[in-house]
Design a binder for this molecule. Structure first.
Ligand code: AMP
Ligand code: MG
Length: 326
């Protein structure tokens, strides 16, 4: 192992076979590893481990939970996580491995964390072409959740030193693969009525998508990268039950979403996001807990106050959205 940056202590390692195996062990242990893809460097975690996924949000300092792209090395691993329509297969056959992300219906009963898809019934999948990314995923034998390896709001990293500058003290390792090729994010698409819906423009053009499949492309953003009409696409998960925030004393008939060691005793359905008050654990359980309490049929979900520091900001952001009138 080499430490190429003395001041930050950033664990940059050359991507030799041995270092890739070491990185894979870190992934299986729930830690974060930055690795090169053909687009930008990714901040990777085991997508089946909710707390590992929560560490991604904590490391990036993201103030909200958005669904992350799940990276796989083989088509069969993608098929295990999502259902592919014929058009989805066409896109995968033509553009994978490569910088195309497919948002597809998430299969029920997989071991994917709920946080990685932000509670949605869809999952964003990509098979990267970069040999180091592929070797890492294969060695980890886990799907990897991986957004760009930068602090939220900073530009995406295209070399290991960029990652070290932003996240050097937050990752177990940075696999160095030199400069990335595209320096542009993957194109993100979904499929609706045999049409390709471009959710985020990227390294593959709309023209190339149509040329490969014969299917038309519509855009779900207004020229920028922001969705034009978020209402059209289920952009975030919301429970059916009413959500009440900052509750110290839940009413009878309500479900209780508790946090920390001082939860009130409550007769109705109760889930404590983290009895020890750990925000990483709470983030990992947030979406599955909301779903579970919603499924009890309770008219309302009462939520205890959750501290606003660290990951608490993203947790509170999502709870506020869930509580806003629809
Ligand atoms: P990043 O994490 O910065 O690489 O961005 C991931 C992109 O994929 C964002 O534009 C997300 O909105 C999009 N994305 C990921 N999962 C989904 C999903 N299930 N539905 C819609 N968009 C998604
Ligand atoms: Mg990014």
């Amino acid at each position: 192992m080499t430490f190429s940056s003395i001041d930050s202590g950033a664990p940059i390692a050359p991507a030799t076979e041995n270092e890739i195996l070491r990185a894979a062990a870190h992934i299986r242990a729930g830690e974060l590893v930055a690795f090169p893809t053909e687009t930008v460097y990714g901040l990777g975690a085991n997508a089946t481990n909710g707390e590992a996924v929560a560490r991604i949000f904590a490391a990036k300092g993201r103030p909200h939970f958005n669904p992350l792209i799940v990276h796989v090395a083989r088509l069969q691993d993608a098929e295990a996580l999502a259902s592919f329509s014929p058009l989805a297969y066409q896109l995968a056959e033509h553009f994978w491995p490569g910088p195309l992300t497919l948002v597809l219906p998430r299969r029920p009963g997989t071991n994917l964390s709920e946080l990685v898809t932000a509670g949605l019934d869809t999952v964003a999948l990509r098979m990267p072409a970069h040999p180091i990314a592929r070797a890492l995923i294969a060695a980890a034998q886990r799907p990897l959740a991986a957004p760009s390896a930068n602090i939220s709001g900073h530009v995406s990293p295209t070399r290991a030193a960029h990652v070290a500058a932003d996240l050097g003290d937050k990752v177990a390792m940075i696999l160095d693969g030199g400069d990335t090729r595209h320096g542009l994010e993957s194109a993100v698409v979904t499929i609706a009525n045999d049409t390709i819906v471009l959710l985020r423009p990227g390294a593959i053009t709309a023209a190339a998508l149509t040329e490969a499949t014969g299917a038309p492309v519509t855009r779900a953003f207004d020229g920028g990268a922001t969705p034009a009409s978020p209402g059209q696409l289920a952009s975030h998960y919301a429970p059916k039950a009413r959500v009440r925030l900052g509750v110290g004393d839940p009413a009878p008939g309500e479900a209780l979403l508790a946090f920390g060691p001082h939860a009130p005793t409550h007769q109705g359905p109760t889930i404590n996001l983290s009895p020890s008050g750990d925000l990483i654990e709470a983030a990992a359980r947030l979406f599955s807990a909301l779903r579970e309490l919603d499924a009890t049929g309770a008219s309302a979900i009462a939520v205890m106050p959750i501290p606003a520091e660290g990951l608490g900001e993203a947790i509170n952001d999502r709870l506020k959205r869930a509580a806003s009138p629809r």
